[in-house]
Design a binder for this molecule. Structure first.
Ligand SMILES: Cc1cc2nc3c(=O)[nH]c(=O)nc-3n(C[C@H](O)[C@H](O)[C@H](O)COP(=O)(O)O)c2cc1C
Length: 188
């Protein structure tokens, strides 16, 4: 089983990185293949809405890190975990730019009617942190994650979202963070 972690935080060893590391270490210990991609490190163009993917099923930006690194990793994965801070009630811009480019998979699925993930039971997870306490804090991210996962034929299986987490290192001291992730690892 291939597990892909997508880290959306630009902060080195921050709160979402901590959650992602715990999860991926646990999955690695279980014998699964793990790979982590850092959204910030990928050099990509933003989607320009040209419609090439709706006509031909491919992106015109065929040589950047989305097409050569991110898309193949997403297609190969059996489990995808997004780890992200809330930025203005959504995902940080680098991850959002990657998700916009997943329009190529949306087009193949819904316009060109390709069934390229047939028979695969792919699962998606969201691990998120935000500083404040608002009831709607994670709603924007959950919606974006749901439609990203849907375009890639991934079932949005579970999310773990932590409010009131702001300073670096805070997630490591969270009372249930460690055991929540252990339970999540054990569920696979
Ligand atoms: C640009 C920016 C925007 C943010 N927007 C929000 C927000 O809308 N709501 C919120 O609760 N926290 C917001 N935060 C706080 C982060 O979500 C919080 O510090 C989080 O713990 C950072 O996680 P990380 O260490 O994984 O980067 C924002 C932080 C930054 C830098």
């Amino acid at each position: 089983m291939n597990v892909l972690g997508i880290n959306a935080s630009p902060r080195k060893k921050g709160n979402s990185h901590h959650l992602m590391s715990l999860f991926m270490e646990g999955m690695h210990e279980k014998g699964y293949n793990t790979q982590i991609l850092d959204a910030m490190q990928l050099n990509i163009k933003s989607c320009i809405g040209c419609g090439n993917c709706e006509r031909k099923g491919d992106c015109i930006f065929d040589k950047d890190d989305f097409t050569t690194i991110f898309l193949p990793a997403v297609m190969k994965a059996d489990i995808i975990v997004l780890a992200s801070p809330v930025y203005f009630y959504g995902f940080p811009a680098d991850l959002k730019a990657l998700i916009d480019r997943v329009q190529v998979l949306w087009s193949r699925k819904y316009v060109l009617k390709l069934d390229e993930f047939k028979g695969r039971n792919r699962k998606g997870i969201l691990l998120a942190v935000g500083a404040t306490q608002g009831k709607d804090l994670f709603d924007g991210m959950k919606l974006t994650a749901r439609y990203f996962f849907d375009a890639a034929d991934i079932c949005f299986t579970v999310d773990l979202c932590y409010r009131g987490v702001d300073q670096k290192g805070q997630m490591e001291k969270h009372p249930s963070g460690f055991s929540d992730i252990r339970k999540l690892v054990d569920s696979f």
